[in-house]
Write a protein that binds this ligand. Structure first.
Ligand SMILES: Cc1cc2nc3c(=O)[nH]c(=O)nc-3n(C[C@H](O)[C@H](O)[C@H](O)COP(=O)(O)O)c2cc1C
Length: 168
């Protein structure tokens, strides 16, 4: 079993409450947590991808460090710990993600993984004009399967001629 830390890369970390300090996410904070995780021997850190917070009095998650660029910086600042950026499939085209992961993998000398989430949050994707309709929600794992096939083709061979229902 592997243990890691879900980094607080969104504002107020994981506490949507006025009862604790309200703070913006910073690289310095996430780096300090990651270095401590590495020091005590944990296996990985993971950051989320978020484009809309909950607002309100605390502005929970209104600010968020971008997941891939955060991990690229951490790759340069660490030596051993695994690094998992998150992609929400509706917000990023697969060849771009394939290349970002390859780049972070090079910077980190093989320590990069990928956390895939399908993009389930309607308000978040509607605000970007990326929500594909409620029927997408039922087919999100079919979409994910095609997306993952393209990623694997590109990582294995550098090319893909995949033709599916969602991608060509
Ligand atoms: C380890 C982990 C990482 C996650 N990262 C994100 C993320 O970066 N962005 C996001 O919107 N949701 C994230 N989620 C939330 C999932 O997308 C959420 O659990 C969702 O309801 C699961 O969707 P599914 O029903 O399509 O599996 C994460 C969940 C887990 C367990």
């Amino acid at each position: 079993m592997k243990f890691g830390v879900f980094l607080p890369n969104g504002s107020n970390g994981y506490i949507p409450s006025k009862g604790s300090p309200v703070y913006l996410p910073t690289y310095a904070h996430n780096k300090a947590i990651t270095l401590e995780a590495e020091r005590v021997g944990l296996d990985f850190v993971l950051s989320m991808m978020k484009f809309k917070g909950f607002g309100g009095e605390t502005g929970y998650w209104d600010a968020c460090l971008e997941s891939f660029t955060l991990m690229a910086a951490l790759a340069a600042d660490t030596k051993r710990i695994g690094l998992f950026p998150s992609v929400t499939l509706l917000s990023a085209h697969p060849p771009v993600v394939a290349r970002m992961i390859s780049t972070i993998d090079d910077i980190s000398e093989g320590r990069c993984g990928l956390n895939i989430v399908t993009g389930w949050n309607k308000p978040e994707y509607t605000q970007m004009g990326l929500w594909r309709g409620d029927e997408y929600y039922d087919r999100r794992y079919d979409y994910a399967r095609e997306y993952l096939t393209i990623l694997k083709d590109l990582w294995r061979t550098g090319e893909t001629s995949f033709k599916g229902e969602f991608f060509s």
